[in-house]
Write a protein that binds this ligand. Sequence first.
Ligand code: FES
Length: 293
Amino acid sequence: MAATVPVEIDELLGQSRWIDRLAVPVQQIVRRLFAGPTGLKARNILNGVWLGHPLHAALTDLPVGAYTTGILLDYLGLLSADRHLQHTADLVTGAGWLGALAAAAAGLADYSVLEDEQRRVGLTHGALNVLGVLAYTGSMRERLAGRRAAAVALATVGYALVFTAADLGGHLVYHLGTLVNRQAWNRGPAEFTPVLPAAALGEGELRSVEIGGFPVLLTRVSGRVYALGNTCTHWGCRLDQGHLEGASIICHCHGSQFDLRTGAVINGPATAPEVSFDVRERDGHIEVRARPY
Ligand code: FES
């Protein structure tokens, strides 16, 4: 019974629509931070486009690991009055504090494109982390002033807040599917398979066809036919409802841009590449074969 309580609280947050009154305006402010070409470049870096998976998930290991080590050393240092332990605790906690700032920046970029339930839980997750950073900021100040007991007390409060926020972060990903690759289980045919008469696909057209239940996007650019999976890896929107830009397709939902030639992500928030296909025309038909993912 006890194991189910946190999940129920997480789900309650997701269903609490009153949180939208704050979550939506905060998201609008965050979006303005990432507006324009420079904002887009910054968001790509913070989303983790260059890394091939969400950066926030990797960065959070630093504060969580450092804070956990720091709080253990804090109590050992307090009980033993060992100056070396206390000094090490200060260094480790300081590293966690810096890591938390970096993780927060990446988290803001992710928050800018959340929706509905995910946005409500995301706001709560972020607010708890902000409170955690404030508590740790106070703890750092007390350390510098040499007030050990107050520093450890504030670090304990900060750790509890960050731990609760981390639990919500897990709920966001594992229960609500936030930033999970929507093509993780889809590949398409391993052999060339006819999908459409070649004459049925005009220049610049976006067509969705299905192969064994797997939706595939077909388009023709400068006479050449391209095929990608039709489900955006970011949030699952249909790519045939997006628009072309040169040899790339831009998703209409949050603007992820994929290279038609390779499926590579050009602009996020998607970080996972799109499923891509070899394409050939045989006997008047377009045939596609999935490439290794
Ligand atoms: S679903 Fe978000 S960019 Fe495509």
